[in-house]
Design a protein around this ligand. Structure first.
Ligand code: HEC
Length: 647
């Protein structure tokens, strides 16, 4: 077997060239030269930011290109020699791009725009073109001078997605070191640029005075929280869109702390928190269209990994054998990465149904991805996740639902469906309908956020509270198999009633919150896709306040990103890149900062902020951290991590 990495190692500068004939010749030359250099340690890369394919949701767009232009052969038995989709996913983006521009796939590549060639290469590889070397810590001027052993991890920090097993996204007064009175003094302390990055979608974790963050370029970074100096980088097999969780690990006869996370090719990892050394990697799903987008949860030596996917983005293309991707939760032994159980979100495995008019075999049931971090309920020995819609018809009863799984066995304890009959594939509605589409198209009302586990009535009752795309906020009783405690709709009540201070919006069904709410023991706080932030009492869902955040300048801004709370303050970022701190007592703005601009960075990488549309800010020890530049569908791209301090 030839060594693909040797043949295709491309210097970052080369890909920044245009692709006229001259550019292609240069690209070929650069590849030969770097091949001759061999596989020794990476030379310091040039500072130039390599040009990545697209500015935003390249993954989805690239997968659409794959479904439209590649899958007719790759994954089709009639083309036995064509590498399988899974084999393509194991290749570097440079190898795929080169195959399409100058290699054996040139005839196919010639029918695509260069942007589509880049998109498909990057989304299959799960990495950005040119990112392999430029992201390495060894190329950066801000190395930390010392790397002492980690002091305990129990001090002030923000660990994982929800900062605790209950996923409240809350930081207490001592941990926050910030108050409603001091938040107005927050100032930018440092900025760190992700070389070549275009989607700053990793939520920063802060533990033991260090920040741990994943990137779309496939690098994990460990930085000093005060100065932004870099301890190490670690190169993953694909981009990492979730938050890191730090916890103890007993491995190879050695006890230390590990960083746990998952990537866009369905791998889970444990790496040493002090050094960045790899401890284990586990592949959690064999279907090539699955990925890990939400952070795993760590509890008592087990890592619970949620699996989502990307099949539903254009499976309507008749060349595509729709659909086989199914969401799941996987439990791994945190010390070894060994799989203990896997629970699929659909009880039945996909089986062949019928062939479409192109002779392509279709499959069902499929879909029901899991987009959120599991919430751990130690008392019931259960975990809770929200599920997405189905990609085939009919939708199973576990779609758009809350699932409760047994922590030990992964067995389904109970499920409660919030929206029935939601089968959905992008582009199938109306004129876009094809034979691959679900017979009846649903509203696409996944439950994207983690359920928040809390006590009500002074501790007498337990509830899980979460919001949904159309704006329903629900509280379910986990003691009674998810029985409904209360349910309100904030989109109808607020957004479509301008007299209530809301915006008039019609014809859109996803006006509600998306990626996460925050809870402080009294109220729950949600940003709204339709604009503004709302606070509800967790006891019965009644509204405490609503702040539209509407000015002439930010009309149309969406607040789909997760909110974050500390005593007295709730934080939310907007699609325009502005980060807000609001009083949790009455919702009035205390502070705001426009992140959608250029920043000079501690690592001398050109960096720009953009939309804040999925993860939220994290707060620890008087500082606030946020990644800026993730516009899920139409927002502003960016590649910067920002650290603010009130001192
Ligand atoms: C008409 C069928 C067909 C289509 C369409 C097609 N491929 Fe291929 N592809 C093949 C075959 C056959 C091979 C194996 C060729 C060989 O090994 O001789 C291959 C090989 C490849 C390789 C391996 C190159 C290497 O370095 O080993 C890549 C990468 C690839 N294809 C990507 C793509 C992408 C991306 C698309 C869509 C944009 C695509 N192909 C569309 C048939 C196809």
């Amino acid at each position: 077997m030839r060594d693909p990495t040797a043949r295709h190692r491309v210097t970052p500068g080369a890909l920044a060239l245009g692709i006229g004939a001259f550019g292609l010749a240069m690209l070929g030359l650069a590849m030969q030269v770097s091949a001759a250099v061999g596989t020794g340690p990476a030379a310091p890369a040039s500072r130039a930011v390599p040009k990545a394919s697209s500015e935003r949701n390249a993954t989805e767009l690239g997968f659409a290109v794959f479904q439209q232009h590649c899958v007719g052969c790759h994954g089709n038995k009639a083309y036995a020699r064509a590498p399988s989709p899974a084999a393509l996913r194991a290749m570097t983006p440079e190898r795929i791009y080169t195959a399409l521009t100058t290699g054996m796939m040139k005839s196919v590549g010639d029918t695509l725009s260069d942007q589509d060639r880049r998109r498909v290469a990057e989304s299959l590889a799960g990495q950005l073109l040119g990112s392999a070397r430029s992201g390495d810590a060894s190329t950066m001027p801000n190395r930390c001078r010392r790397n002492p052993p980690l002091r305990g991890i129990s001090g002030a920090g923000w660990n994982g997605w929800g900062n605790g097993l209950a996923n409240w996204r809350f930081q207490n007064a001592r941990g926050a070191g910030l108050t409603a009175a001091s938040v107005g003094r927050l100032e930018l302390k440092w900025a760190f640029g992700y070389p070549g990055g275009t989607s700053a979608f990793g939520q920063p974790t802060v533990v033991a005075g260090r920040v741990f963050v994943g990137t779309d370029t496939g690098y994990i970074y460990s930085l000093d929280s005060r100065t932004g100096c870099i301890y190490w980088s670690y190169r993953t097999r694909a981009g990492v869109r979730n938050a890191m969780t730090i916890g103890p690990i007993d491995t190879q006869g050695h006890r230390s702390y590990a960083v746990f996370f998952g990537d866009l090719k369905s791998n889970a990892y444990a790496i040493d928190a002090r050094t960045g050394r790899q401890l284990w990697v586990a592949h959690v799903d064999d279907n090539f269209a699955t990925r890990v987008t939400a952070a795993p949860a760590l509890y008592r030596g087990r890592l619970y990994v949620p699996v989502s996917g990307w099949e539903g983005f254009s499976a309507k293309v008749l060349d595509y054998p729709c659909c086989t991707e199914v969401g799941s939760v996987v439990a791994l032994d945190a010390n070894t990465g060994k799989m203990l159980w896997k629970h699929y979100s659909i009880a039945e495995r996909p089986h062949p149904t019928h062939k479409n008019s192109r002779g392509i075999q279709l499959w069902a049931p499929a879909g029901v991805p899991i987009w959120n971090t599991p919430t751990i309920d130690a008392r019931h020995r259960a975990l809770y996740v929200g599920t997405g819609d189905a990609s085939t018809y009919p939708a199973p009863t576990t779609s758009d639902a809350i699932l409760a799984l047994d922590l030990n066995t992964g067995h389904l304890l109970w499920s409660r469906q919030i929206y029935a009959n939601d089968s959905f594939i992008v582009g199938c509605a109306g004129k876009g309908f094809t034979e691959n589409c679900p017979k009846v198209i649903g509203p696409d009302w996944d439950i994207p956020m983690s359920p928040m586990l809390t006590r009500l009535d002074g501790g007498a009752m337990t509830a899980i509270i979460f919001g949904t795309k159309p704006g329903d906020i629900l509280a379910l009783d986990p003691n009674k198999r998810g029985k409904l405690l209360w349910r309100v709709n904030i989109a109808r009540d607020l957004v479509e009633t301008p007299s209530a201070g809301g915006r008039a919006r019609s014809g859109r069904s996803n006006l509600g919150p998306l990626w996460g709410g925050a809870l402080d023991g009294q109220n729950a706080y949600f940003g709204l896709n339709a604009g503004g932030v709302v606070a509800l009492s967790i006891s019965d869902g009644h509204r405490i306040w609503y702040t539209p955040l509407d000015t002439k300048a930010n009309r149309g801004v969406t607040y789909s990103a997760a909110t974050t709370a500390i005593p007295g303050v709730v934080f939310v970022g907007g699609s325009d890149g502005r980060l807000w701190a609001l009083s949790s007592a009455d919702g009035h703005p205390l502070w705001s900062y426009q992140t959608a601009r250029a920043f000079s960075t501690v690592n001398a990488v050109p960096a720009h902020g953009g939309s804040i549309e999925a993860p939220g800010p994290t707060v620890a020890d008087g500082m606030l951290f946020v990644g800026s530049g993730y516009g899920v569908v139409t927002g502003i791209p960016g590649n910067v991590l920002l650290a603010f301090s009130a001192h």
